[in-house]
Design a protein around this ligand. Structure first.
Ligand code: FE
Length: 352
């Protein structure tokens, strides 16, 4: 089979069209059909292609993939209007799913499979979007300088004991916006702003680089603790590069807010919804249902070292080596909705 992939290089401009033929058509069980599904995805993991192939093999529906950042895809769908070919939009965080819903480009879906398979906290109550994999935002610490017993909660990272020791990426990261949105739900506005100010006061340096850069800086002692998504740690551990292995050997993973009665570690989602104007609506629903199936879950989540949404699906040994944890049960829609307020608050706190 072939997956047609278009990559947007500019502001919503389809600059390149590449036929991706890295998968061999097996012939076996491959249903011939002219049906297509147009997928707009902000995920950028090569392993996802195996998943789209499995969907085509199961249904005979060809997947046309358009990849770009979520905000560009949302803008694209808006500007395409009723003529948009987009059937499904996939993003890597609840904040952007919320933005897409707010922009009015997603439609409510009633699907028994999705409604019963996807945990309630990971789906929008109106069926506008569904979480399809989970990523925990954890504390990563330098094992030489920090003991796990020094660590406890997100709140504690604002404690002056971490002055000059905390590394966090920019507030423009939607992962940090979602975390702050979840803090808003737990602590309310005043305390969350005080928390953000406390974090900023503890920064070892002004925010720079992505999650991987924070982990590397913790390993080399630029700072002692940071906040990152778990799969970035797993990627370094799995890397064949000696320097990445070295980084992984120097750091530890800590799940915050695990105390008795505490809410648990913040979890963000990668997920998707059916586009309001989807020309292939049935295929779109079928596709989301496929992604929520056990077989697809191990590819979808496992390929990027995320946590599947289904408990019975095995997780990567590196990811399980981080340990088990209690996840914050807050509905992803809540911190999605809190996104704008979170961003304003981070700005006021001086979180660059
Ligand atoms: Fe990421």
């Amino acid at each position: 089979m072939s997956i047609t992939r278009r990559v947007f290089l500019g502001a919503g401009v389809a600059a390149t069209a590449i036929a991706v033929d890295q998968f061999r058509r097996s012939g076996l069980g491959f249903a011939q059909s002219n049906r297509v599904l147009n997928l707009y995805s902000a995920r950028h993991y090569d392993t996802d292609n195996a998943l789209y192939e499995s969907f085509t093999q199961k249904t005979g529906i060809k997947v046309n993939l358009v990849e770009a950042e979520a905000d560009k895809l949302i803008e694209r769908i808006k500007s395409e209007g009723v003529n948009s070919p987009a059937d499904v939009l996939i993003t890597v965080d609840a904040g952007r799913l919320w933005r897409a819903q707010e922009a009015g480009i997603l439609q409510p879906v009633t699907s028994k499979v999705l409604q019963t398979t996807v945990p309630k906290s990971l789906q929008e109550v109106g069926g506008h979007w569904f979480g399809l994999s989970r990523r925990a935002r954890v504390i990563v610490y330098n094992k030489e300088r920090v003991k796990p017993s020094d660590l406890s909660t997100y709140e504690d990272l604002a404690n002056p004991k971490w002055k000059g020791r905390l590394l966090v990426r920019s507030s423009s990261s939607v992962y940090n916006q979602s975390l702050t949105g979840a803090m808003l739900a737990a602590l309310k506005a005043q305390k969350t702003e005080a928390w953000a100010k406390g974090l900023v006061a503890n920064f070892a340096r002004p925010p720079e680089g992505n999650d991987t850069a924070q982990i590397k800086a913790v390993a080399t002692g630029v700072g002692d603790v940071t906040l990152v998504n778990t799969y970035y740690v797993a990627r370094l551990s799995k890397s064949k590069k000696a320097e990445d292995q070295d980084v992984a050997s120097k750091i530890g993973v800590f799940f915050p807010n695990q105390g008795k009665g505490d809410r648990g570690t913040h979890v963000n989602i990668s997920g998707g919804g059916v586009v309001k104007t989807a020309p292939n609506r049935d295929a779109a629903v079928q596709f989301l249902e496929h992604l929520a199936s056990p077989a697809a879950q191990s590819i979808f989540a496992g390929g990027n070292y995320e946590y599947p949404i289904l408990d019975k699906v095995a997780i990567d040994p590196i990811v399980s080596s981080f340990g088990t944890f209690k996840a914050d049960a807050l509905n992803a829609a809540v911190y999605g909705r809190n996104n704008a307020e979170a961003l304003q608050l981070m700005d006021r706190a001086g979180w660059k």
